[in-house]
Design a protein around this ligand. Structure first.
Ligand SMILES: NC(=O)c1ccc[n+]([C@@H]2O[C@H](COP(=O)([O-])OP(=O)(O)OC[C@H]3O[C@@H](n4cnc5c(N)ncnc54)[C@H](OP(=O)(O)O)[C@@H]3O)[C@@H](O)[C@H]2O)c1
Length: 226
């Protein structure tokens, strides 16, 4: 489906998914503002706003989102020591959007988060209906232990959106790869996908842009996989 050109603000546009969102959005003819902590890492000619989302300046974020039709965020902690940046940074983004009167936001979370407790969702389901035997019994608990802080951060980020009153969509990918975009991935509302172990960053970005034209994705968490 061809979408009309939009004004988009892309947070974390120098990350794996963020850079894909940026490139695909520009290629599709959208007008993009990139919010990053290191603008020198951006390709030339991109309108950039510098912001460290671990210590955000509300005025800078407000000017970055002002006039946008939608916000897309690829924000996530690069290491365990940075865990906390996803929910605190997203809280700052949401506040800036409310001040600037912008309603639409799409963010990236992770496949296991549907079963991760958070302050806003202390008793999530014990298993995701999309997860098969392998994910439930071995793979997921192992990864969950290693990435405990990271997942707690993402679960809390999802709380921030659920409580925001904005038009949000949360995309929950499994293991990310650097393969090219295919545009032919599977998605499922409110759950993961059976045998959905991988998805490319390029296809996650493709979907994050695609949902902007899909009102049925508002206030939804969506699983995605190859
Ligand atoms: N890796 C996986 O297999 C996997 C699977 C499922 C879900 N996820 C989730 O998906 C997210 C995105 O994946 P990815 O591969 O695109 O991650 P990534 O390349 O690590 O990108 C994370 C982005 O967040 C930005 N960021 C981190 N702290 C920041 C801060 N204080 N201020 C401003 N920006 C900050 C980074 O900025 P810089 O570019 O300046 O560092 C980077 O742009 C991950 O963070 C994770 O939560 C990952």
């Amino acid at each position: 489906m061809i979408q009309p050109a939009m004004k988009l603000t892309v947070f974390a546009a120098t990350g794996g998914i963020g850079r894909q969102v940026l490139e695909q959005a520009i290629a599709a003819g959208h007008e993009v503002t990139a919010v990053v902590r290191n603008p020198e890492k951006l390709p030339p000619g991109v309108r950039a706003v510098a912001a460290d989302l671990a210590a955000p300046d509300p005025a800078a974020l407000e000017s970055a989102v002002k006039g946008a039709d939608a916000v897309i965020s690829g924000l996530g902690p690069r290491s365990a020591s940075e865990a906390g940046v996803a929910w605190q940074g997203t809280r700052a983004i949401v506040q800036a959007m409310k001040t600037a009167g912008v309603r639409r936001i799409v963010v990236v979370s992770a496949a296991p988060i549907g079963t991760v407790p958070s302050p806003g969702r202390p008793n999530p389901p014990k298993r995701d209906p999309g997860d098969g035997f392998f994910m439930r019994t071995l793979f997921s608990p192992l990864i969950r232990a290693v990435l405990r802080k990271h997942y707690a951060d993402l679960a809390r980020m999802e709380d921030v959106l659920r409580e925001s009153g904005l038009d949000w969509t949360v995309v929950r990918p499994p293991r990310l790869t650097d393969k090219s975009a295919t545009g032919t991935y599977r998605v499922a509302y409110g759950q993961n996908l059976r045998r959905g172990f991988f998805i490319s960053r390029a296809d996650v970005a493709h979907f994050m842009l695609r949902v902007l034209g899909q009102p049925e994705t508002l206030q939804r968490t969506i699983g995605i996989a190859d």
